[in-house]
Design a protein around this ligand. Sequence first.
Ligand code: BG6
Length: 479
Amino acid sequence: MSFRKDFLWGGACAANQFEGAWDVDGKGVSVPDLCTNGTKDCPKSITTKVEPGRLYPSHEAIDFYHHYKEDIALFAEMGFKVFRTSINWTRIFPTGMEEKPNEAGLQFYENVFKECQKYGIEPLVTLSHYELPYGLVEAYNGWAGEEVIGHFERYCHVVFERYQHLVKYWLTFNEINGGTTQLGTTLSLGTVKGYSGPVNGIQITPQLRYTALHHQLVASAKVVAYAHALYPQFQLGDMNVFLTAYPLTCDPKDILATQQHNNVLNWFCSDVQIRGAYPSYMDRYFRENGIDLQITEEEKEILKKGTVDFYTCSYYMSTCITTHENSEEVAGNLAGGAKNPYLTASEWGWQIDPDGLRYTLNEIYERYQLPIMVVENGLGARDEKGADGRVHDSYRIDYLRKHIEAMREAAEDGVDLMGYTPWGCIDLVSASTGEMAKRYGFIYVNKFDDGTGDLSREKKDSFDWYQKVIRTNGEDLTD
Ligand code: BG6
């Protein structure tokens, strides 16, 4: 048993982290355009306007906007069958509130998708990957405002119509469940009206958090139902950050705490997006946290109608949960947890756990019986060039190999896996820290944390390795 014959091998990026050209051709300001650079020890900040003298990494990023032909040619050379990217909402509707779309923005993505088509690469498009127009933050405090649902629908209707013959696979919100985390408050919910400070510093009430998330869930269901009605050829997926969590000890209290943690963080949003209703375990959570959502009958109907066709997630790491004291904390993607003594971690403190991917895929498939795609996975590492001027990233190959082996095991366990798009297939700006130094790519980009670099592209060792992996449909994982 191995990967399906039509397995979608590829890579993933997000507009705000690699396009640059932040104010070109009519594009408006989005939340990440107001985020400065940071490091793993010093969080990046968000400002209310662009402040002179500060560095905003999204403004140039790696300038995919002007390099897309060269980059897609490299993806094609690796053999990509699929390329996951996002549409930056502010290229289409600069403040989010215009009645008419910006033609130059529409044309750019048409060019990108046609370029993919040229090589037989299927685009997988995220409609919202942490790219909320800042105009909607100023007008409605981001997703706190119910009005944002209508603005999002208008944007989706326009891009569905325009790209109906070029794009088949769509994801609504990147890591929608990230909205339950502290970092997701800024990145995903955008409830930062008037706020300047560290991106992980904004405090909101549980009521506000789950109201904003509810608006996203309703918005997602509305556009999924709309697309199903008008474009039967489309396949629409959800997208979750899967933060696999194990009980640190066999104390039943740790088991229960882990179950509750997983319910709220890992299952709640996908339960809504796949089963079409709020799960019963959230009632108690809402009651005990003073959250009253007043979900209307009409909204319940919308959620029921707008369920997705396939499940997708990002998977980078796992953590542990405990009710005991003295546990050592570790970092993670959007959220960390207790240290697992059996795992090693990346330089950024994310624990590396390929077996956790097999375990997680089995859990997801048992729950939903829908095809699954791992749309992000990878190792953020500091790449140094060797004496020959090339990056020999054996550590990245090792990480990816073990995760692909885990996926193969999961497929053998019976999981219906449809594809794999490792994160940052070309080096790009880190979402959590704004660094360039935290690289994920098969392709090295000469761009550095201080904003310098000539943006030239070079293949790393992992480029050739991944090319072989794709050519053999995941059979040959050797160096
Ligand atoms: C996911 C996001 O959380 O992880 C990406 O969807 C992000 O946008 C990726 O880049 C890796 O995280 P980071 O913080 O290392 O860039």
